[in-house]
Write a protein that binds this ligand. Structure first.
Ligand SMILES: [Zn+2]
Length: 317
C-alpha cells in the first residue's frame, strides 16, 4: 500500500457502479448511453494506494450533468475482488473524485417466506426492491486504509439506520414508474422493510441451508430477505456518500423452489434487463438531485475528542 498516491482522474458529484442488471450489455454501456444522449467524455484507469484501480468512465448527460461510472462494483476480470482490495480501490476513487450521490444496482434471489401464488405482497421474481436495511455475514470494509478514514470510529461513528438514502429511493421509485415499455410486477419501497443480505464477491451463490435460514429469520423479524450484490453501506456513509440502491429480483433463493436460478438469470440478464436497467440508471443520473431531507450525513456522528485520546497516540513520523 502506498499512502502517497494522488488521485488523477475526473471529478463529479454523481456516480454509478453499474451492477449485474446491466451485465448483458457487456462493455457496450457507453453505446447504449450515446443513443440516449449521454456522451462519454473519457475513460480513465486511476492508480490508488492499493494498486491500479478499476476503469472510470466520465459522462455528460443530456441536461449537462457530469457523472462517473465504474463498471460492475469496481471489479476487474480475473481478479478476486477481496484479494485485490476492489472495494477499497473503488471507494477511494469515489471519495477523491468528490462523489456525493452513488447509484448501485443489483439482481437478487428472494428468500421471502410468503411464496404461495396468491400472496401478492411477497417479494417475487420480476419485482423491483428498494431495500430498507441489510445483513452481512462477511467482514465488510468500513474504512480506507492509509487515509484519515482508515479507522475513524473514535472520531466519528456511522449509525446504520437508513443505509440506503430514503429520498433517493423515492426518486428511483418515481423513475421506475416512468420507464417506457416496461413495468415491474411490483415495487417494494423502504416501507416494505426488505432486507438485502450482502454478497459481493465469491464464486458461488448461497447454499440451500443459508437460504432456508434467511427465509426463517425473515419470517421471524417480519422483514423479507433478498440475497444479492451489495457494496459496503458503512464505507459509503463514512465517505460522506448518499447510497441509492435498487435490486431487481431475478429468482428464488437456491433450493426454495425447484428451479435452476442460472437459467432464469441468464435469460433475464441477456434479454429483458440490460436496456431497461441502463435506461433506468441513466435517467436517474440525469435527473436526481442531491438530497437535503435525509439523515445520511447526520448519521455519521462526531464523537467527543476524548475518545480518540483514549487510544495510543499515532507512531511518530
Ligand atoms: Zn441521503
Amino acid at each position: 500500500m502506498s499512502s502517497s498516491v494522488d488521485y488523477v482522474g475526473p471529478r463529479a458529484a454523481f456516480a454509478t457502479l453499474g451492477g449485474s442488471p446491466t451485465w448483458g450489455l457487456g462493455d457496450l454501456f457507453h453505446d447504449f448511453a450515446a443513443k440516449h444522449g449521454h456522451a462519454r467524455l473519457g475513460v480513465h484507469r486511476p492508480r490508488t494506494p492499493y494498486g491500479l484501480g478499476p476503469q472510470v468512465e466520465h459522462y455528460r448527460s443530456p441536461s449537462g450533468r457530469e457523472f462517473l461510472r465504474i463498471p460492475t462494483y469496481g471489479q476487474v476480470v480475473d481478479e478476486d475482488p477481496q484479494l485485490h482490495g476492489s472495494e477499497w480501490k473503488t471507494f477511494w476513487i469515489l471519495w477523491k473524485a468528490g462523489v456525493r450521490v452513488l447509484l448501485v444496482g443489483g439482481t437478487s434471489g428472494s428468500c421471502d417466506w410468503r411464496r404461495t401464488a396468491v400472496d401478492e405482497d411477497a417479494v417475487r421474481p420480476g419485482d423491483l426492491v428498494l431495500p430498507k436495511s441489510y445483513l452481512t455475514r462477511d467482514t465488510m470494509p468500513t474504512g480506507l486504509p492509509g487515509t484519515e478514514l482508515e479507522f475513524c470510529l473514535p472520531r466519528q461513528v456511522a449509525i446504520m439506520d437508513d443505509p440506503f438514502c430514503p429520498p433517493l429511493a423515492e426518486t428511483l421509485r418515481a423513475g421506475a414508474g416512468r420507464l417506457r415499455d416496461f413495468r415491474f410486477r411490483r415495487i417494494h419501497g423502504p416501507e416494505a422493510g426488505v432486507v438485502l443480505n450482502r454478497w459481493l464477491a465469491g464464486n458461488g451463490f448461497e447454499s440451500l441451508a443459508t437460504c432456508r435460514m434467511l427465509e426463517a429469520s425473515g419470517r421471524q423479524i417480519g422483514m423479507p430477505v433478498i440475497t444479492g450484490d451489495c457494496v459496503s453501506p458503512v464505507l459509503a456513509r463514512v465517505c460522506g456518500i448518499h447510497l441509492a440502491y435498487y435490486h431487481v429480483v431475478a429468482n428464488w433463493g437456491t433450493g426454495l423452489e425447484p428451479e435452476d436460478p442460472t437459467i432464469a438469470l441468464n435469460r433475464l440478464y441477456m434479454e429483458t434487463l440490460p436496456a431497461v436497467a441502463a435506461a433506468f440508471e441513466l435517467a436517474f443520473l440525469d435527473e436526481a438531485s442531491e438530497p437535503t431531507t435525509c439523515r445520511c450525513r447526520e448519521l455519521l456522528r462526531t464523537r467527543p475528542p476524548e475518545y480518540a485520546r483514549a487510544l495510543s497516540p499515532p507512531a511518530a513520523k
